[in-house]
Design a protein around this ligand. Structure first.
Ligand SMILES: Nc1nc2c(c(=O)[nH]1)N[C@@H](CN(C=O)c1ccc(C(=O)N[C@@H](CCC(=O)O)C(=O)O)cc1)CN2
Ligand SMILES: [Mg+2]
Length: 290
């Protein structure tokens, strides 16, 4: 009989989370006298970024957030963006500020991310929040890795005591992912382009997180039978189809559980952005979760 892994359906879980978020907004907004507010900033015309930002704004509005959108020209300067962030930092209707990445090359990204008030940093990219994660203290955590933890938890996949291998060391995914897994008592190996014998390192994993950004690089030989495989990669092939970093058809024959692309990690990133904004809203209003 063919082996069938558990499919970790991020799209379905994101829809459930959005229902839960809408109920929380309904319960909390009358007490706070305002809904949660997320400012969504896009600079330039990158088509993928436009799609993600539209999806974020639509998700926010569906659950009842106040979600002003700032679509800025590619020629926007670092100074223009800093001024906008200062205004939003001071705006009591705004709980979270989202600056979609990548920014145009002429914008000084580090300066922008540093300017966002840490308590409104719903992407978790500010050094203050990264530092809290390193220290194992509560703070806002990057959406993709936090969303992956939620996906594992809701699927009942244990983390404590497991060996997790994270391929990729970006500040957006690989590094915070490794720390979140470590904070949940996994034994964590971080791999990257200079890791010798990457397949052998990956085969140690009970939980394998592929976030290297190389389409369909991870095949059967990287996966221990029964492992949970989380595919963070997303790129569009010449045929127009979305591809992950994992060869899904090979991986499904060995993995115990696996995320599809699309419909796995991506929708969880957006659902988690809303969870982070709700956390910031609770902090700002002094309310507790219903
Ligand atoms: N400020 C940020 N910038 C970026 C982040 C981020 O978390 N914060 N992450 C990525 C892009 N990203 C969110 O912004 C993102 C990527 C993919 C998806 C998603 O839902 N993907 C779908 C497919 C969508 C499609 O058809 O293209 C899926 O996987 O099913 C959501 C968010 C970089 N920038
Ligand atoms: Mg730059």
């Amino acid at each position: 009989m063919a082996h069938t892994p558990m499919i970790l359906d991020g799209k379905a879980l994101a829809a459930t989370l959005h229902d839960e978020q809408a109920k929380k907004v309904q319960a909390l907004a009358p007490r706070a006298g305002r809904p949660p507010g997320l400012a969504v900033i896009l600079v330039g015309e990158d088509p993928a970024s436009r799609t993600y930002v539209a999806n974020k704004r639509n998700a926010c509005r569906k659950v009842g957030f106040h979600a002003p959108e700032y679509n800025l020209k590619d020629s926007t300067t670092t100074q223009d963006l800093l001024s906008l962030i200062d205004t939003l930092n001071a705006d009591p209707a705004i709980d979270g500020i989202l600056v979609q990445l990548p920014l145009p090359a002429h914008v000084r990204k580090e300066e922008i991310l540093l300017r966002i008030a840490p308590d409104k940093d719903v992407d978790g990219f500010h050094p203050a929040n990264l530092g809290r994660l390193v220290a194992g203290e509560p703070g806002l955590v990057a959406c993709t890795p936090r969303g992956i933890i939620t996906l594992l938890d809701r699927a009942g996949i244990p983390i404590s005591g497991k060996h997790a291998v994270v391929i990729g060391r970006s500040v957006i995914v690989g590094r915070p992912m490794s720390l979140l897994l470590l904070n949940r008592d996994a034994t964590v190996t971080i791999c990257h382009s200079k890791t010798p014998d990457l397949p052998a390192a990956a085969r140690q994993a009970d939980i394998l997180v592929a976030a290297l950004g190389r389409p369909e690089m991870i095949g059967r030989d990287y996966i221990k039978p029964g492992a949970t495989v989380i595919d963070v990669g997303i790129s569009r092939g010449a045929d127009g189809k979305l591809k992950g970093d994992v060869r899904f058809d090979e991986a499904r024959e060995v993995a115990g559980a696996i995320t599809p692309v699309p419909g796995g990690v991506g929708p969880m990133t957006i659902a988690t952005l809303l969870d982070n904004t709700l956390d910031a809203y609770l902090h700002h209003t002094g309310l507790s979760s219903p």
